[in-house]
Design a protein around this ligand. Structure first.
Ligand code: PLP
Length: 443
């Protein structure tokens, strides 16, 4: 009997008891290899001594001080560190407690930027149909996941959605990736024009799509074209790197691989690596300048922003990643993981696509490869794969999502940056067994 309101109210969840490195152990002593880092959170693995020491030291020194009275050394140090390594143009950091809070703050910063500039008529956000930006109402409104939005739709601020950049399902056979990216940028341009360019606040997108569709990278050039469209109309670009950022794709920020800098960028999960609840918005200089020269007040706030222990955890996580050159390992092990996934699944009758960047990889399951026909959603294949994987001592992040009327089952892999070749072998072997068993159960 539990008094916790779990997501699946009638589901019997095993109890996680201890965790070290790549493994979580449940109360019965069963070990699970954490190949998804929860939901792409645990970038350093579990129980890292440097992070624990930094958090203990911070607790001993100063556990909490409200930000309406004080700033703290540790929050200042974290902000300095984040800006020192941020994409060009970023000048400030807004510290929050997670991804949804980061998105809410980014949406408000974007709106306030235009209010301060005297453009109060700007009220529209444009986002993409294949996206997840969080579960609070503002974040849900910009998100494009119909399954999550549906019953709350009447409560959501009006947002406009354009096509995702999803090569596997969206690119036509008669166009190049370059042409596909251009077509999508043209669609965004047309949407802004239709709404009225001086009424649009921002375009919001995940650099690499995570929870809705499983590690979907943009086609080359897509974001440069999107940046041009936004600049042409004075519209802000908000990139959501809550899942794909902080090293997950092999560079600290995924967008640097696409050659763009946003005006606002959200980060969370890998920022604190699961040691503390923390997220942030990296804020571009032009947004800060407008608010600073205007009211001088960002009209927002939460009790736990800039929490010292969370900041200490995040600072320690980021320092360990740099000191131990873990992004090199992300690139190397990411390439190995991709290769092993190709070897295991490229000829699999029910794997339609293998995709991703760095240690952010996914497979998409299909009933028919030639037609790219998905499995019937009622079969709940993704949930079956998760259960089969857990039975084999493996944690992966399977999802089912409906995009433009097409339901797809995906499995996302996002192991900690400390993963080694022998772990990759174990992950692919156990995943192969889980996928085959789950499909045997529905075929
Ligand atoms: N944005 C993206 C891209 C995410 O993947 C998520 C969570 O999965 C969020 C926002 C919301 O973050 P949180 O669950 O910390 O509120």
């Amino acid at each position: 009997m539990t008094h916790i309101l779990h997501r699946l109210i009638r589901h019997d969840y095993p109890r996680a008891a201890t965790a070290r490195g790549l493994y979580i152990h449940d109360r019965d002593g069963k070990a699970y290899l954490d190949a998804s880092g929860g939901a792409a959170v645990s970038c350093l693995g579990h129980g890292h001594p440097d992070v624990l020491a930094a958090m203990h030291a911070q607790l001993d020194t100063l556990a909490y001080a409200h930000t309406s009275f004080f700033t703290t050394d540790v929050a200042e140090a974290l902000a300095d560190d984040l800006i020192a390594h941020a994409p060009p143009g970023m000048s400030h950091v807004y510290l929050v407690s997670g991804g949804s809070e980061a998105i809410e703050a980014a949406l408000k910063l974007a709106r306030q930027y235009f209010v301060e500039k005297g453009e109060k008529q700007r009220r529209h956000f444009i986002a993409r149909r294949q996206s997840y930006h969080g579960n609070t109402l503002g974040a849900l409104a910009v998100g494009g996941n119909e399954w999550r939005r549906k019953q709350f739709a009447p409560l959501l601020i009006e947002t406009h959605h354009v096509s995702p950049c999803f090569e596997y399902r969206g690119k036509r056979d008669d166009e190049t990736a370059e042409q596909y990216g251009q077509r999508l940028a043209d669609e965004l341009d047309a949407k802004i024009r239709a709404l009225g360019p001086d009424t649009v606040i921002a375009f919001v997108a995940e650099t690499v799509v995570g929870a809705t569709a499983g590690a979907v990278p943009p086609v080359p050039g897509y974001f440069r074209k999107v940046r041009e469209v936004c600049d042409r109309h004075g519209v802000l670009l908000i990139l959501d790197e809550v899942m794909s950022g902080m090293g997950r794709t092999g560079t600290l920020h995924a967008c640097t691989q696409d050659g763009v800098s946003p005006d606002l960028m959200t980060i969370a999960k890998g920022l604190g690596g699961g040691y503390a609840a923390i997220g942030a918005v990296l804020v571009g200089g032009k947004v800060i300048d407008a608010i600073s020269a205007g009211s001088g007040l960002f009209q927002h706030g939460h009790t736990y922003i800039g929490h010292p222990v969370s900041c200490a955890a995040a600072l320690a996580v980021q320092r360990v990643i740099r000191r131990d050159k873990l992004l090199d390992n992300v690139v190397q092990q990411g390439a190995l993981l991709r290769r092993r996934l190709q070897e295991r699944f490229a000829n699999h009758h029910h794997v339609g696509d293998i995709r991703g960047r760095g240690l952010f990889q996914a497979i998409e399951l299909v009933a028919d490869r030639a037609e790219k026909r998905p499995f019937d959603p009622a079969l709940k294949l993704n949930a079956r794969i998760k259960a089969e994987a857990m039975a084999r001592g493996l944690l992966v992040y399977p999802m089912g999502g409906t995009i433009d009327g097409v339901h797809g089952d995906h499995v996302l892999l996002a192991p900690p940056f400390i993963v080694q070749p022998q772990d990759i072998e174990t992950i692919v072997e156990r995943l192969g067994g889980a996928v085959d068993a789950a499909i045997a159960g529905v075929a």
